[in-house]
Design a protein around this ligand. Structure first.
Ligand code: FAD
Length: 473
């Protein structure tokens, strides 16, 4: 007797191992693995360019792992699923949950439509260590501060589930009227992705290899080394985690079993920040748009397209900021320390709205994630949950001197300053003419003069914060 058809809908879980929905489908019948590019419902949260580039390669890698059996579609997910179900009566359908507000609303509607068609859709947790609705304060309200969320809420709750085995899959046969991955047109028409191509290895196997390499080479000094962008102590797992090429459960348990003490705890708590961001997005679905602290609604943001463009292009005249923005453009990634520096610079020195930063990151990051990006930008702006206090303005000069004191990171991404002595690297405008000449630098020509005075702009920011009556805590 032929087994029933079990559709597994891949979304942010582009892997075979530790995939609860795929495992369930493989037990239920002959598996039809599908992916749907649903730009129609994403609205303003349609994927950015770097995300689309990653997705193209990740789908190809996944299809290879699935022995060419992945079927891809483009359009309204509900219409596509209802048609598939109609053409394949008695099938089952499952997926791993997503937590973006638009996806929650869409999935609810799909479940109802499928129920009416007599098909029960099953959903599983394949992306988070703890479900957002399970980690609540004693009074049933969501946590707004990270430390109690993580320590009291997560660590004292049931431990995350152990990773699941890779399923043995029997594939469904037939013509399911799918597109090819190329027909999704995810790659850019102008070839800005050349540099990204050389930087990443995409897919489940490279994600596993990245984790192994990080545990072997980076984790031992993670707690300290993670602050220095030139060091190789961070995992660079964020895009793999975002796309679900590896599960947080596997990272959690593999790191825990490595026995790396404080470094292990530190890495696990960073995974905790990822969970916290998702919990915030779930409980405060306006997180990507609205200040969590309402008093920030009156903040006198400036509007200056020229300054915004200089920030985006890495031409602010502050070398560590420019290095970060160029890293983002060239690799689709930016080191966390530098994300904080460039974020603070945009919001607190240029006084430009955090939305501009969030939107630029959304388009350029290969790990662009609605939860982590929105929560982090609110944190930078001082308007979010457990946010950086408004008076904490990162000084781009001292941050560069402290966290990239050899200049290796900055010189790599801002090569026009490479011959400048360390003493002036983060303040080229203070270098004597002879030093600039010897380094081949003409300020304002080969490298820009500062877009703002950091001291003055800091004072202006503090005044603006005072005006909305945000008091130091
Ligand atoms: C302004 C700003 C925007 C950001 N936007 C994003 C985003 O769109 N997507 C994204 O994944 N992260 C974002 N982050 C968080 C953080 O910078 C990245 O997760 C981290 O730099 C990824 O590098 P890694 O994998 O080497 O991190 P590691 O230090 O190796 O950490 C391991 C994992 O923990 C998680 N993690 C670490 N730090 C954070 C954090 N602060 N918040 C949430 N999760 C964290 C990530 O999944 C990361 O892969 C943002 C941070 C800032 C300040």
């Amino acid at each position: 007797m032929t087994k029933p058809l079990a559709i597994h809908w891949f979304r942010q879980d582009l892997r075979l191992s530790d995939n609860p929905s795929l495992l369930a489908a493989s037990k239920a019948g002959n598996v039809l693995p599908i992916y749907i590019l649903d730009d129609d419902n994403a609205g303003e949260y349609k994927m950015g360019g770097a995300s689309r580039w990653w997705l193209h390669h990740s789908l190809n890698a996944l299809n290879k792992s699935l022995k060419g059996n992945l079927r891809v579609y483009r359009g309204d997910a509900q219409a596509i699923l209802c048609k598939l179900v109609e053409q394949n009566p008695n099938c089952s359908l499952s997926w791993n949950r997503c937590y973006e507000p638009w996806r929650i609303a869409r999935d609810k509607s799909i479940k109802q439509a499928l129920e009416q068609a007599g098909v029960e859709a099953q959903s599983y947790n394949g992306s988070l260590l703890w479900e957002p609705w399970q980690v609540l304060k004693k009074d049933g309200t969501p946590y707004k501060v990270f430390t109690p969320y993580y320590r009291r809420g997560c660590l004292s709750a049931t431990a995350p589930r152990e990773p699941l085995a890779k399923p043995r899959i029997r594939y469904a046969e037939g013509d399911f009227q799918a597109l090819t991955i190329d027909e999704l047109h995810l790659l850019p028409t102008v070839a800005w992705d050349v540099q990204l191509n050389g930087h990443w290895k995409i897919g489940e196997a490279p994600a596993q290899a990245r984790l192994r390499q990080f545990i072997d080479e980076g984790l031992a000094d993670y707690k300290e080394g993670r602050n220095y962008p030139a060091k190789k102590n961070v995992s660079q797992l964020s895009p793999h985690l975002h796309w679900g090429e590896i599960s947080p459960n596997q990272v959690w348990y593999d790191v825990q079993r490595s026995g790396s003490g404080v470094n292990e705890d530190c890495l696990l708590s960073e995974l905790g920040w990822r969970e916290f961001s998702y919990a915030l997005l779930y409980h405060f679905p306006n997180l990507p748009e609205k200040n969590l602290q309402k008093k920030f609604d009156a903040f006198p943001w400036r509007n200056n397209k020229k300054k915004l463009a200089r920030w985006q292009q890495g031409m602010t005249g502050y070398p560590i900021v420019d290095a970060g923005m160029r890293e983002l453009w060239q690799t689709g990634y930016m080191h966390n320390r530098v994300r904080m520096i460039v974020g603070s610079f945009l919001v607190k020195n240029l006084l430009l709205h955090w939305h501009h930063g969030k939107n630029w990151f959304w388009d350029c990051l290969v790990d662009a994630d609605l939860a982590s990006n929105s929560a982090s930008w609110q944190w930078i702006g001082g308007c979010g949950a457990d946010a950086a206090p408004y008076f904490r303005v990162f000084n781009p000069i001292s941050q560069g001197e402290k966290f990239d004191h050899s200049g290796a990171y900055t010189r790599h991404f801002v090569p026009e300053l490479s011959a400048l002595p360390d003493k002036y690297l983060y303040r080229p405008w203070e270098a004597p003419e002879a030093v600039l000449d010897a380094a081949g630098i003409e300020l304002g020509v080969t490298y820009p003069l500062p877009v703002v005075d950091v001291k003055l702009s800091r004072e202006q920011a503090l005044e603006a914060f005072k005006a909305i009556k945000v008091n130091p805590t």
